[in-house]
Design a protein around this ligand. Structure first.
Ligand code: BTN
Length: 270
């Protein structure tokens, strides 16, 4: 088993390496913290903060997800948040779906590079799945008092086996160690993710039209029957992929529809 697995956590030389080998300019590391996104939202208010800034923890105890969702994690999971300048990543400010999709794509690319053949897919707009189980999630938030910055939170189950998770989570989620049977060096995984995030956010900032193709190829919903619930609006049909604005394209009985937000259920099993 690798030295940075579970109990050891990140060490000072890991933090040096993260700064040296990625686009991150400053790292704030916590042995444990309630939520890296909550901390990053406060940190983002510091005017002189060197960006991108990374908030990283060995153990997140009250992780937040989209809406009222919670994010369970344990030692061995990767949980971190980046503070990035808003102008750097999203000149068109078309909501945060594109940022979420782009980060999810980047994290997925990193995982596939580390583990070729991993059956990974993006579940629009912010989840990563392996086969039919969730392995990661993205939470994009804007600090209310620093609207020129964005917080991008990433949670991925890496060396934390879901055998130790509460029953409702264990039934629906998985981790890299559960899927592959072996542990990963968390620093290597994180560096790889940060490099891909930097590249894909650059593509987003220059409005690279190839991004939508990459989202669509990576989208586990493409070609599947889906139900998208956005408040009172329910859209049912075959998913055709994701367009340049980040909307989910659904072919319904009444013609093509674009979904800009909502919760997706895959119909007819996983
Ligand atoms: C979701 O499932 O809706 C998104 C989950 C995002 C979880 C990550 S873990 C790091 C960061 N800090 C948080 O509190 N949440 C995000």
């Amino acid at each position: 088993m690798d030295r940075s697995v579970t109990a050891h956590g990140f060490r000072p030389d890991d933090l040096v390496r993260i700064r040296r080998d990625t686009f991150v300019q400053c790292v704030e590391h916590h042995r444990d913290i309630a939520s890296t996104n909550t901390r990053a939202l406060s940190l983002a208010e510091e005017p002189g903060l060197a960006l991108p800034a990374l908030v990283l923890t060995d153990l997140q105890t009250a992780g937040r997800g989209r809406g009222a969702n919670r994010w369970w994690s344990d030692r061995g999971a990767l949980t971190f948040s980046l503070v990035v300048p808003r102008s750097h990543v999203e000149p068109l400010s078309a909501g945060w779906t594109r940022m979420s999709l782009t980060t999810g794509l980047a994290v997925g690319e990193a995982l596939q590079q580390l583990r070729p053949g991993l059956e990974l897919g993006l579940k629009w707009p912010n989840d990563l799945y392996v086969r039919s189980r969730k392995i990661g999630g993205i939470l994009v938030e804007v600090p209310p008092r620093a609207p020129d910055r964005v917080v991008v939170g990433v949670g991925v189950n890496v060396n934390n086996s879901l055998a130790c998770a509460p029953a409702p989570v264990a039934e629906l989620a998985t981790s890299l160690i559960d899927v592959t049977g072996y542990a990963f060096d968390l620093t290597v995984v994180l560096v790889q993710m940060l490099r891909h995030i930097a590249d894909e956010l650059t593509a987003l900032a220059r409005a690279d039209s190839a991004l939508a193709r990459r989202w669509t190829v990576f989208c586990m919903l493409t070609g599947r029957q889906v139900r998208v619930a956005a408040g009172q609006r329910i859209t049912i049909g075959t998913c055709q992929g994701i367009d340049e604005s980040g909307a989910l394209q659904v072919d319904t009985a009444h013609g093509p529809q674009r979904c800009l937000s909502g919760v997706v259920t895959v119909l007819g099993g996983d």
